[in-house]
Ligand binder design. Sequence first.
Ligand SMILES: C[S@@+](CC[C@H](N)C(=O)[O-])C[C@H]1O[C@@H](n2cnc3c(N)ncnc32)[C@H](O)[C@@H]1O
Length: 264
Amino acid sequence: MRAIDHQPYLRAEQYHTAANLDARISMHQRFSQNSYGVPRWLFDQVDARSTHMFEIGCGSGNIWQENAARMPDHWQLTLCDFSRGMVAQAQQNLAAAGVAARYLVADAQELPLQEATFDAAFAHFMLYHVPDRCRALGELRRVLKPGGRLYAATNGRQHLSELFDLAQQFDAQFNGWRNSASESFKIENGAAQLAAHFSKVTLLPYHDELLISDPEAVVSYIASFAPLSVAQQADFSAFVRDAFNLNGGVLRVTKASGLFIAEC
Ligand SMILES: C[S@@+](CC[C@H](N)C(=O)[O-])C[C@H]1O[C@@H](n2cnc3c(N)ncnc32)[C@H](O)[C@@H]1O
């Protein structure tokens, strides 16, 4: 079981379509104990005076889909991702939700956009994937207007650690991106990186945990990082079921996420 995170893999496999991301979002939706939910909470933090909004690494457009009923009429959204499949999925999801947006396929490290265009930029759960993050943050700063804000949600070191521990007990090779690129932009080390480009940086924590009662949800979650053969999947399912039985049928999992707000 091997999770890899280099750029060709991210583009061609992991984020080629929304399937892996959807498997992960679904687990949070089913088992999170804070019923408010991250998409709604992230939306609450946006400065309501903003008009021109830009999202990089938009994925399937989850945040806008979940807040469709609350979108102010004057907002103009531009959603961008380097995966054509993700952009197509976001377009389909937001059309169904009645949210109007402009779409763009581009890399965070080289945005084909004019400077000082946006009031707000969003880079949620994606900066840890970007190889030259300093360049990407410079690009985000460039396209923001003076006084604009970057909103960047990310995870902490303990996020889902019990899940990744379980996968690693099954197969020592599995790292779930813990020791690789995803270490690079965490709630513990993101502020210093943002401070190199922005004048004021604030971190807001989101409090939650998972109480997982379905072993198969764990198997699907881990498989979204590291594709499993049919035989591996059967072995891993049995391993996870045993772990659940030892824990009284429920797995308690730490969530550690937060939102950086960086001001120009
Ligand atoms: C974990 S998903 C997060 C999606 C969405 N922001 C959310 O919170 O649901 C990461 C997304 O970032 C995109 N991505 C990764 N590296 C990128 C880059 N260098 N430029 C643009 N998009 C990138 C991926 O294709 C994927 O859609």
